[in-house]
Structures are given as C-alpha cells and as structure tokens.
Design a binder for this molecule. Structure first.
Ligand code: CTP
Length: 423
C-alpha cells in the first residue's frame, strides 16, 4: 500500500523512524511529509534514507509533480505521528499552509493521528474540540499513551508505541473501501494470452541462467482476465505459484520456447499480456554433459547471445498484418517493465522510453527497490500508454498483485473497446 507518514514538530518525531521501519518492512511504500518545525528534531536526510523516497515539507518543491494534490490523492492511508496540538488544530481548521496540511485536505483514504503533547495541552478545551471535530469527520485520533513526558512531568500525552500505531494503521487499511472488482463480463468472448514467470536458459543438463520472477503478477492477471469472462491462455515459464484453474496452460522453459508459444497463439488472441521475465541473453551453446571443473584449474568462459525481443516482435507482426489488410490481432499488447532509478521521474522516463521502443498499447511500469515487487505481495505500478497527456496522465496503483491485476484488466477492457475501432 501507499502510506503517507506526516511528522509533526515534537520531540517524539524520532520515534516515527521506528514506525516508518515497520511500514517498509511490511512491504508498504511510504512517503514522509515532515512539517518544517519537525525537521529541527529529525532531518529530511533521515526520512529519505529510511523511506527510499524524496522528502519535502513545502508545496513549492517539485511543483511540476503537483505534490500537494497528488500525494493525498494517491495515498491508501495517511498516518500523522506525532500529531502535535498545533497540527491537530491546523488540520481541524482545514488550513493548507504547508505540504502536510494540503495533503490532509486532499486525502481520499483513512487518516490516523497519533497525538503527542504535554498533558495540559491534550486536556485543554481547544485541543479537545479539535479532536472531536476531526473524529466527527471520520479521522481516527488515537489516545496518547500515559507515562513520562519530555520534562519531569508524567501523564497522558506520550506518543503511542510505534507497534501500537502500526497496528492501528493496519486496522485502518482494512477498513478502507475494497478495490473495485474486475468488471464482470468485460472480456466475455475475448481471448487473452498471458505470459508469466521467469525463463531459464540452460548451460548444461543441471545448470541454467534464471531470474527471480515468481510468476505471481502474471498469474494474478490471468485470474483477473478469467473473472472478466475471457478465455485465457497462460504461457508459463518457471513460476513459484500454481497456475489458476480454468486457464489453458502451456509450460515453457527458455525464451526461445516462449517465443514459439507466443507466435503460435498471438494472432488468435485479442489481448497479449507479456508479464513473463524473459532472459535478454542465453548461453551461445548448451553442453550435453555436465560442465566439469577443469584439471588445469582454469575457469570456464560462458558466451552469451541476445534473445529476440518477443514483445517487440509481436507488435511488429501485428502491425505488419494490419498494414497488409489482414486481421490484426492482438488488438491490445501489454508489456511489463521493472525499472530502478533515483527518483520517480527517472523511472517514468525509462518507462516512457521502453513504451516507445516496444510499441505496445500499454506498459505496466513497476518501480523496483525499497522492498517492492520481486516475490512481494504488495506492488506499485504506473500504467503508461502512448495516449497519456497532461489532461489524462498515467495512473499509478499500489496494492496487492491481485488488486493491481484488477486495474490492469479493467484498463485492458477499456483499451480493447477503443482499439477495436482503430484496427
Ligand atoms: N520481453 C520480451 N522479450 C525479451 C525481453 C523482454 O518479450 N527478450 C518483454 C517482457 O516480457 C516485458 C518487457 O519485454 O513485458 C520488458 O522487458 P525488459 O527486460 O524490462 O525490457 P528490455 O527491453 O530488455 O530493457 P532493459 O533490459 O534494457 O531494461
């Protein structure tokens, strides 16, 4: 899930570093928005290093990304810890003087406040009224813990333990409205071919070059396509998960086998979804016997040759068929891209370049890193299309692979309706 951690300007800000850790270790993507005052207690560098995301307090940083609108909109949950008396007051009044309060106003998912302040501040009628206002609007405001406060005083006002805030945050996520299911029947009468898993390129009878793809995302997409009423062909390379019931399954090992399987069925498929992690290279030869250690102590040399780009080929063949007036299937071809980069802008640029290079209708861009993606159940994707514009920018979805698959299939169904009038 995509979580925003708002950090208020109190001494307890340092405890939010442990909270952030709990979120990221659970596979969530966290963007930290500290208030200006809080950076006197914990600096921006700490939040950037721990979250793996850029951090800002101001609406005037990275203005082109319209962060004051985007962050709140995209968040599945906002957690404010510590929520100081001042921050509760500003939130209750609906102020928008900094990035965090802007984001709170734009929130579409649950908002959880974990207060921390002196007992007198917490029990002051002004704070009581602010808390009541926030709760009346549906915000979740935790009770502060009781104990030793910053000075010599003790009482109610300590920031709840990070583990307790984490538990409340997970409960809040459970409460959020369920993702829309795949529209029933949206792909009825259509054939969807999905490739999934990682190819294995043999070196000898016992060894291969492989990759970490689990096949989970491809399987989730195949399942979502089934739910949408499609006939689904699943071309499975190596996967850690079983193929879903109801698909027509072909098993392949290598990139060349996968290519052959795709070529055989693509011209009869309305949609081709290339979720497989295809090895870009294979050993130029395969030994028929196990490669042995050499008596002279020398190291073996493995020469790699390029595998064909199956996705780009499928697009070219479809376009060539369309140009010669033949039936031009698949109408919608979807590629996947796992990219790493320093910032989300860089990752988007790589994705757009790949979309242009491959020529497909949709590219599912995964940002890899910060405990996201490989083998994990929580993922974040941006759906890039050549039709993206300022008015209709590429949407980003965070969620389980099943939830993300539902978004992909919903979008494919929309593309298919549009695509049919084009081809
Ligand atoms: N793909 C393919 N054939 C290949 C390699 C990749 O069809 N030989 C498909 C994958 O199934 C995926 C998409 O292309 O849908 C993106 O693959 P990726 O390896 O990330 O792209 P590359 O073009 O290899 O770019 P790079 O390795 O430079 O990131």
């Amino acid at each position: 899930m995509r979580i925003i951690l708002g950090v208020g300007g109190g001494i307890a800000a340092y405890k939010s570093a442990s909270l952030l850790r709990l979120f990221t270790e659970a596979g969530h993507n966290v963007s930290v928005i500290p208030t200006e005052a809080s950076t006197r207690f914990v600096g921006v560098a700490t939040w950037e290093a721990l979250s793996g995301n850029t951090v800002s307090s101001s609406v005037f940083d990275e203005v082109e990304k319209v962060n004051h609108v985007r962050l709140g909109h995209e968040a599945d949950l906002i957690v404010v810890a510590p929520a100081t008396a001042d921050l509760l007051s500003r939130a209750a009044a609906g102020q928008a003087g900094d990035l965090l309060t802007n984001t709170l106003l734009m929130a579409r998912g649950p908002v959880l406040f974990a207060p921390a302040m002196h007992t007198e501040m917490w029990s002051h009628p002004a704070t009581r009224a602010n808390v009541a206002t926030l709760r009346s609007r549906g915000a979740l405001v935790m009770e502060p813990a009781v104990g030793r406060l910053t000075g010599k005083d003790t009482g109610a006002g300590r920031l709840p333990d990070p583990e307790d805030i984490f538990a409340a945050a997970m409960a809040a996520l459970e409460m959020r409205p369920q993702e829309p299911a795949v529209p029933a029947g949206a792909l009825a009468g259509r054939t969807v071919t999905v490739t999934a898993g990682g190819t294995r390129e043999p070196l000898d009878p016992v060894r291969f070059l492989g990759n970490r793809s689990s096949g989970k995302q491809g399987v989730a997409v195949a399942r979502a396509a089934l739910e949408a009423g499609a006939r689904v062909r699943l071309i499975a390379a190596h996967m850690d998960v079983p193929a879903p019931d109801g698909v027509e399954l072909s098993r392949v090992e290598t990139a060349l086998e996968l290519r052959e399987a795709v070529h055989a069925v693509a011209p009869e498929s309305d949609v081709l979804i290339m979720a497989a992690a295809v090895a870009d290279f294979r050993p130029d030869s395969q030994s028929n016997t196990k490669i042995k250690k050499r008596d002279d102590g020398g190291d073996p040399v493995i020469t790699l040759v390029r595998n064909p780009d199956i996705l780009a080929e499928a697009v070219q063949q479809r376009n060539a068929a369309a140009a010669s007036g033949e039936g031009a299937l698949p109408s919608v071809i979807v590629g996947f891209a796992a990219e790493t980069g320093d910032g989300s802008g860089e990752v988007l640029d790589y994705g757009r370049q790949k979309l242009a290079r491959k020529g497909c209708e949709l590219l599912v861009l995964n940002r890899v890193g910060v405990s996201l993606v490989f083998g994990q159940d929580v993922t974040e994707v941006t759906l890039l299309s050549p039709a993206d514009s300022d008015a209709a920018p590429a949407p980003t979805y965070t969620g389980t692979k099943t939830e993300v698959a539902a978004h992909i299939i919903t979008r494919v169904a929309q593309e298919l309706t549009g695509a049919l009038s084009v081809h």
